[in-house]
Design a protein. Structure first.
Ligand SMILES: Cc1ncc(C[n+]2csc(CCOP(=O)(O)OP(=O)(O)O)c2C)c(N)n1
Ligand SMILES: [Mg+2]
Lengths: 402, 321
């Protein structure tokens, strides 16, 4: 083990941390810090304002009105990016020799893009195991992400996080996470930090239909409600928790109904309609920014691939067929509601894009994805002794060698 | 006919369900789909209503199992990965482990932990938790290394009136095969001499037994006879068998796949050092995984855990002392 490399590594990390810490404390003076902390939780009950039960009407009309063509095009581009980047991962896995795992997000693109389009760069998202889409929508770099999931040093977390833990705090990405439900509490924690600092940022957590059964979620929702935190919980109801059907383990048709129990607003939205998602997210974000507290948004959608990996998938084609726990028919029905084709059709009919323009975007994205794959492939694989790095931020504890 | 370690676990559960109406299985995806690793394949169909899909809330799963046990049932809980049992830690170590001591009401639950590393699985899907649970009074911790033990010890776990943490190794699931299921078994709590030798004792458990056996074979070619002790259960820990082996060989190397701080290997070395110091011809040694989280990348992972190669190096060093 080369001690010098470790020391260099450690001191650069240390500088980094010190700089970040300085920046953070500069933003909040001690006096306001104390005052704001004591204000939190003081008589902020919100129960009275809560609609008791989300209704069909809450699927609501799209709130695209007034969105500039440029933003609509950017949203379309991001959705295509997610689709193409992940399809590339799928093809690489099918080819064999790919060093990484992937819980594919394909089919759910409208949720990530609809929500993240309503956010500012300095807003936070906390993500789960199926998070590549969230990250791309929040500005994640295709090259660095691909390098990360193949565990190369050029990746976002130097290859140590892998597909399940990509993090970039500078982009407001608090991290993907391999523990189901963790995202909700981390985002609520970030929202608490925001409240203490007194900025107008918001924090969003993405979690699946399976992520709300444990106490991470209940604690997040309850605290966010009690302290009126700028937290938005996004539940991507993609119908499955691995192989268990959500409808077999919940007695209520809409998971957003739970919001009422915590005293927060619950919304249900068509998760394959990016403008509908955007509209609901936008309202939630504006409310949170202006001190109105949290919202829970349930997006109904469907994952096109297996829980993870590529069973039933084929190179160059979409969707995983022949899986034991769902019918191909069901998948085809959902693929017919493809969020990307649907949005593309809308943009063309509204004359935001031409067919040729949309094709051009797709081709450009495809090129960027190929470049990302080539970039990641060309990076060196880690050396065995690299495994001894990064255990502590400050490296003060010698590693045990027995 | 041949049967894998995983199939043996499935068969043991089938038999437990068939023989005892108080047994039921509770865990994520264990029902119609037969579990993440297929350890409960078709059991939901064979035993309707007794193999139940659980919410993704490990503490709720364990808490409910304890409640059922107090009421007289014998639940088998499958944690999807051993790593996620940490979400249920409070229920296991505060509630289950102390229930009988506090109330004299037994807590006959079996918690199955798919444990240990496989390539590419990373920090949350690879851990070996036996040392953590063995630390707590009131828990029994089993670590089967063979198909026979996977079967017979799981049946025994279900029959025992105390909470049992059953650490089954994910690598052995598919890689280990036997001709048939055993018809008799060694008692739980008794270690097994997996290979006899007179020059060096390697104490191991779970998947590491097989790495140790490989080393024994390799060193045999060099004229050294290695004795391999398979602990089978880390709690209770069969110090007598270990001590008797060390008395024969004078040298001890203890190997575990868990992290090095504290742990099973430290416990074995401490016991031999304090109770059998005079038996030793050289300082007792131990070999564990590296003192870092478990890496994803296959190259880093291969360097992280003990393997026949690193065990052989440690064994040769010890033989030279
Ligand atoms: C605490 C915990 N328990 C179990 C798992 C295993 N696991 C990984 S993903 C998953 C299902 C998650 O379902 P959902 O939240 O609906 O997300 P989806 O995969 O459908 O996107 C499970 C059980 C885990 N990662 N963490
Ligand atoms: Mg789901």
């Amino acid at each position: 083990m080369n001690e010098r490399t470790i020391n260099r590594e450690v001191s650069s990390i240390r500088e980094d941390i010190t700089a970040k810490r300085k920046a953070a404390t500069a933003a909040v003076s001690r006096r306001t810090f104390v005052k704001r902390v004591s204000a939190i939780g003081a008589g902020t009950a919100v129960l009275s304002r809560v609609p008791t039960r989300p209704t069909k009407a809450q699927y609501g009309p799209p709130h695209a009105d007034g969105l500039p063509a440029q933003q609509l095009t950017a949203m379309f581009t991001d959705m295509v990016k997610i689709r193409q980047w992940e399809s590339k991962i799928k093809d690489l896995i099918l080819k064999g020799g790919f060093r990484g795992v992937a819980h594919l997000y394909v089919g759910q693109e409208a949720v990530a893009v609809g929500v993240c389009s309503a956010l500012r760069k300095d807003d936070y998202i906390a993500s789960n195991h199926r998070g590549h889409g969230h990250l791309i929508a929040k500005g994640g770099d295709l090259k660095l992400m691909l390098a990360e999931i193949t565990h190369k040093a050029a990746g976002y977390c130097k290859g140590y996080g892998g597909s399940l833990h990509i993090t970039d705090v500078n982009l407001g990405i608090l991290g993907m996470n391999g523990i189901v439900g963790a995202s909700h509490l981390f985002a609520a924690g970030a929202a608490y930090g925001i409240k203490v600092k007194g900025t107008d940022q918001v924090a969003v957590s993405f979690g699946g239909d399976g992520s709300i059964q444990g106490n991470f979620f209940s604690s997040a929702a309850n605290s966010a409600a009690a302290w009126k935190l700028p937290w938005i919980g996004v539940i991507e109801n993609n119908a499955f928790q691995i192989w268990v059907r959500a409808s077999d383990v919940y007695a209520t048709p809409d998971l957003a109904q739970r919001a009422a129990g915590y005293g927060i607003e619950g919304r249900v939205v068509d998760g394959n309609d990016v403008l509908a998602v955007y509209g609901v997210a936008k309202q939630a974000v504006e409310k949170a920014r202006s001190g109105g507290g949290p919202t829970l948004i349930e997006c109904k959608t469907y994952r096109w691939y297996d829980h993870y990996g590529v069973a039933g998938a084929r190179t160059g084609g979409d969707g995983a067929f022949g899986l034991g726990y769902r019918s191909d028919r069901e998948l085809r029905d959902w693929m017919a509601k493809d969020p990307i084709s649907r949005f593309r059709k809308f943009l063309v009919s509204e004359k935001v894009l031409t067919e040729a323009g949309a094709d051009e975007i797709t081709a450009e994205v495809r090129k960027a994805v190929e470049e990302a794959a080539t970039f990641a492939e060309a990076q060196p694989v880690p050396k065995p002794e690299d495994g001894l790095l990064h255990v502590f931020a400050q490296g003060a504890v010698p590693l045990h060698t027995a | 006919m041949s049967i894998t370690y995983l199939e043996a676990i499935r068969e043991a559960q089938a038999r437990a369900l068939a023989e005892d109406p108080r047994v039921f299985i509770y865990g994520q995806d264990v029902g119609a789909f037969g579990g993440a690793f297929k350890a409960t394949k078709k059991l939901a169909q064979e035993f309707p209503g007794r193999v139940v899909d659980a919410p993704i809330s490990e503490d709720a799963i364990l808490g409910a199992a304890i409640g059922a046990a107090i009421e007289g049932m014998r639940p088998i809980v499958e944690m999807q990965f051993a790593d996620f049992s940490t979400v249920a830690f409070n229920q296991i170590v505060n509630q289950a482990a102390t229930l009988h001591w506090r109330t004299q009401v037994p807590c006959p639950i079996t918690v199955r932990l798919p444990s240990g590393g496989t390539s590419g699985s990373g920090p949350f899907h690879s851990q070996s938790m036996e040392a953590i649970y063995a630390h707590y009074p009131g828990l029994i911790v089993l670590t089967p290394a063979t198909v026979d033990d996977a079967y017979s010890m799981l049946l025994e776990a279900v029959a025992i009136d105390d909470p049992v943490i059953f650490c089954e190794h994910k690598y052995l699931y598919y890689h280990l095969k036997a001709e048939r299921l055993p018809t008799e078994a060694m008692p739980v709590g008794k270690a097994r001499i997996a290979r006899e030798g007179r020059d060096l004792t390697i104490v191991a458990y779970s998947a590491m037994v097989h790495e140790a056996l490989e080393v024994a074979e390799e060193l045999n070619g060099e004229g050294t006879q290695v004795e391999v002790v398979d602990l089978r259960s880390v709690k209770p820990l069969d110090t007598d068998t270990v001590m008797a082996s060390v008395a024969r060989t004078g040298r001890l190397l203890c190997v575990g796949e868990a992290f090095p701080w504290g742990g099973v290997t430290a416990e074995v070395v401490a016991r031999v050092a304090s109770e059998g110091f005079d038996l030793l011809d050289a300082p007792p040694q131990r070999l564990n995984a590296k003192d870092t989280p478990i890496p994803y990348h296959p190259t880093l992972w291969a360097a992280h855990r003990p393997t026949a190669r690193s065990i052989a190096v440690a064994a040769r060093n010890l033989l030279r002392r």
